[in-house]
Design a protein. Structure first.
Length: 243
């Protein structure tokens, strides 16, 4: 990998890490007495505009190019690989949330897909009745009773809440990719993951209507509530019904 690309990746990674940490430290204190989940909307809109411009110039063209040179089965296999690669995070959080039975089922899913599924490129476990779950440290904090906190947008990362942002840091440092010793392989895995993830969102992006900021914010907050409560959503007058 050229030195310039290496330096850019390292710089981007540093911004993400420091941005999330700084945002959480600042907003965790500020949001302790705030009822409005989005008290920093003005700043968030500016950061989102910056992220959208960076996405337009860099990530989105790469995602479109990736789709043009790969078939749908290949992209699905790559997505399966990354889902399986990160699945130990889900397994760990199942146990941390006290979901012991699901934790062992997810462990079984990981073993099946890693072996019979050829490192996870093929989702064999689902055919065996071992369905996929999505658990992270932010959800675990929610289960433990930690409030969601404020909504804010991190440069080059995207939307988080105080709680999910803390969870993102924990997930980042416990992600299996961090234990890959070869830094070029580690960066390569990160780059392909970013492109694959962005490519998977291209079609969903067409569903956005009205105020882009409000649409994404409300969708994010509703999804986080859905995940923390395992699909049970309580009514919240702050969130739009997204007609």
């Amino acid at each position: 990998m050229p030195d310039t690309a290496h330096d850019f990746i390292g710089f981007t990674r540093l911004i993400i890490q420091r941005g999330i940490i700084a945002g959480i430290v600042m907003f965790s204190v500020a949001c302790a007495t705030v009822d409005n989940p989005d008290p920093f909307e003005g700043m968030n809109r500016k950061v989102m505009a910056f992220n959208d411009e960076a996405d337009r110039l860099i990530l989105k063209p790469l995602a479109k190019g990736y789709i043009n040179i790969t078939s749908e089965p290949v992209r699905r296999s790559v997505s399966n690989f990354y889902d399986n690669f990160a699945y130990p995070i889900t397994i760990l959080n199942q146990f941390l949330q006290g979901k012991v039975r699901l934790g062992f089922r997810d462990l079984g899913r990981f073993v099946v897909n890693t072996t019979l599924g050829l490192l996870g490129f093929f989702d064999v476990a689902t055919k065996f009745g071992l369905e996929q779950h999505d658990e992270d440290f932010g959800q675990t904090l929610g289960v433990w009773g930690v409030n969601s906190g404020a909504y804010f947008v991190i440069p080059l990362w995207g939307p988080v809440t105080t709680r999910s942002g803390i969870g993102d840091i924990a997930s980042f440092y416990t992600h299996p990719v961090q234990f890959v010793e070869d830094e070029y392989v580690r960066y390569g895995l990160f780059i392909v993951w970013a492109i694959q993830t962005r490519a998977s969102l291209l079609e969903a992006e067409e569903l956005i209507t009205g105020d882009r900021y409000l649409f994404i914010r409300d969708a994010f907050l509703q999804r986080r509530e859905f995940l923390v409560n395992d699909g049970v959503i309580e009514e919240d007058p702050f969130l739009d019904d997204m007609e």
